[in-house]
Design a protein around this ligand. Structure first.
Ligand code: ADE
Ligand code: ZN
Length: 331
């Protein structure tokens, strides 16, 4: 089954590029850019990666992102991620970046964007990995700050396909960003949002009804509300589930408790993703393996997850169909 998982062509739809900063690169960039960190070795960094909830992770994640200063740093980060997932048969990636994490430190929007985008272009040419780029607003900051970030993105509509919403969920409901998302859609961006990770099913309803999202990022708490499950099913709204993240951030105590198999069994378009792999102990293939082992998934269920990852993507229909057929040939 491990080799079946490896062979499956896969798409990654929920990946924060800042969350791919491995301890080695973190320390190298800190030294090069003369940034003080509270760690001196990879072991010390890893020892700090014990989280009790989303916020305890975000505090360390934002501190880590502080080492990203130059365009070349963003390029190196993205290129390292792409090389790694090319070896896992990842064929398409839709990645998030958090401009405010950088602009609030005085790094230009274009510095982050250009570094990330150039590496994605190299990845397409040299590794054959197609891509889409999604900007995320930090929901713990104001709606006005999100609007000004959206305005900075307007000259780059050719590079950024959509906008999303991430960071501290509880206390920052989707409703707070309704005007920003209205404007984003009017400007031609697609929309997604993190909802139902730590927050209640009501936040998933708001993301659907108010932000009119194409996908829900996480959404695992949707299962608490049968009417919401019906809605997600009727509208075929994909959920980008991140199993290792959910266990590391204690959304579930252990992988055997994860509800991914139930979500699939309800007929929802569930996908498997890695969220912040450098912090959560695994990239895409490790996430597939973890759910297979803990939840005893069948070959059909694994193939369904891989097929869903393409059908839920922002690829054109012809490309989606191509990858779905390739997966079917393996079954
Ligand atoms: N930013 C990076 N990873 C995140 C997650 N899992 N939830 C919310 N915001 C994030
Ligand atoms: Zn996320």
């Amino acid at each position: 089954m491990k080799s079946f998982i490896h062979q499956l062509p896969k798409a990654e739809l929920h990946l924060h590029i800042e969350g791919t900063l491995e301890p080695e690169l973190l320390l190298t960039l800190a030294e090069r850019n003369r940034i003080e960190l509270p760690y001196r070795s990879v072991e010390e960094v890893q020892a700090a990666y014990r989280f009790t909830n989303l916020q305890s992770f975000l505090d360390i994640y934002y501190q880590g992102a502080g080492v990203l200063q130059k365009e070349a740093d963003f390029y190196a980060l993205t290129w390292a991620y792409l090389k790694r997932v090319a070896r896992q048969n990842v064929k398409h990636v839709e990645i998030f970046f958090d401009p405010q994490t950088h602009t609030d430190r005085g790094i230009a929007f274009e510095t982050a964007l250009t570094g990330i985008f150039s590496a994605l272009q190299t990845g397409r040419q040299e590794l054959g990995i197609s891509f889409r780029l999604i900007l995320c607003f930090l929901r713990h900051l104001s709606a006005e700050a999100a609007m000004s970030t959206l305005e900075q993105a307007l000259p780059h509509r050719d590079k950024i396909i959509g906008v999303g919403l991430d960071s501290s969920e509880v206390g920052h409901p989707p409703e707070k960003f309704v005007h920003v998302f209205d404007r984003a859609r009017a400007e031609g961006f697609l929309t997604v949002a993190h909802a139902g990770e730590e927050g209640p099913p009501e936040y998933v309803w708001e993301a659907l009804d108010l932000l009119k999202v194409e996908r829900i990022d996480h959404g695992v708490r949707s299962l608490e509300d049968p009417k919401l499950v019906e809605r997600l099913k009727a509208q075929k709204v994909p959920l980008t589930v991140c199993p290792l993240s959910n266990v590391k951030l204690r959304v579930f105590d252990k992988m055997a408790d994860h509800n991914l198999k139930q979500l699939l069994g309800q007929g929802l378009c569930v996908t498997v993703n890695s969220d912040d792999p450098a912090y959560f102990g695994g990239y895409l293939e490790e996430n597939y393996r973890a759910v297979w082992e803990a939840l005893d998934l069948s070959r059909d269920e694994l193939a369904q997850l891989a097929s869903n990852s393409f059908t839920a993507s922002f690829l054109p229909d012809g490309k989606k169909e191509h990858w779905v057929q390739e997966i079917r040939k393996l079954c």
